[in-house]
Every structure is written in C-alpha cells, then in structure tokens.
Design a protein around this ligand. Structure first.
Ligand code: FES
Length: 100
C-alpha cells in the first residue's frame, strides 16, 4: 500500500508497533513507519471510538495521536523513529477516560 520513494538504502531501526517488531528506515516519521508497516490506524476517536489516522501529516490536525514509549498524545507525523521505540495505537475514549 505505502512505499518509500527513497532510492538509497538508509540505516534501519527496529521499533515495536502495537507489540510487533518492525524494521523501518532511520529518520522516518512515526506515522511513515506505521504506514510502511501496514498499520495506519493511530487512535480511536474519543467519542465515537472510530479508527483515525494521519490527515495533514504536518502537525496541524492532531488526528495522528499515538502512545510512544508509554506517553499518550504524541503526534506521529512529527516524531522521528528511534531504535527500540514502542508505538501503540491510542485508545483513550469516553469509556476509558472514566477509568483514568
Ligand atoms: S497528521 Fe495532522 S497533526 Fe499529525
């Protein structure tokens, strides 16, 4: 579905996406890494719990929020992957907010 347009062979880093190890090119955005690994859902909508994903890819819309290394509300389109990063789909909804 998605592929990188880079023709050189950049170094690769290993990250965990929803608990699954994925190897992606170093220097990619977290959202790009998600897309290259075939996982494009970043979070559940807070009210409707519908799947959401990146929309603007430039830090404006906040549709791409994910958990990164246990921290929620990280913009996947602005963060770059680092070795060992743990990226998790964010599931803060009206139901889970009551538990927090
Ligand atoms: S995709 Fe719009 S802020 Fe990340």
């Amino acid at each position: 579905m998605f592929r990188s347009l880079r023709t050189d062979a950049p170094a690769r880093v290993r990250v965990l996406v929803n608990g699954h190890p994925v190897e992606v090119p170093a220097g990619q955005s977290v959202w790009s890494a998600l897309a290259l690994s075939g996982q494009i859902t970043t979070r559940k909508a807070a009210l409707s719990a519908q799947d959401r994903s990146a929309y603007c890819a430039m830090g404006v819309c906040f549709e791409c929020l994910v958990d990164i290394d246990g921290l929620p509300n990280q913009q996947a389109c602005l963060r770059r992957v680092t070795e060992g990063m743990q990226i998790t789909m964010q599931t803060i909804t009206e139901d889970t907010k009551a538990e927090l």
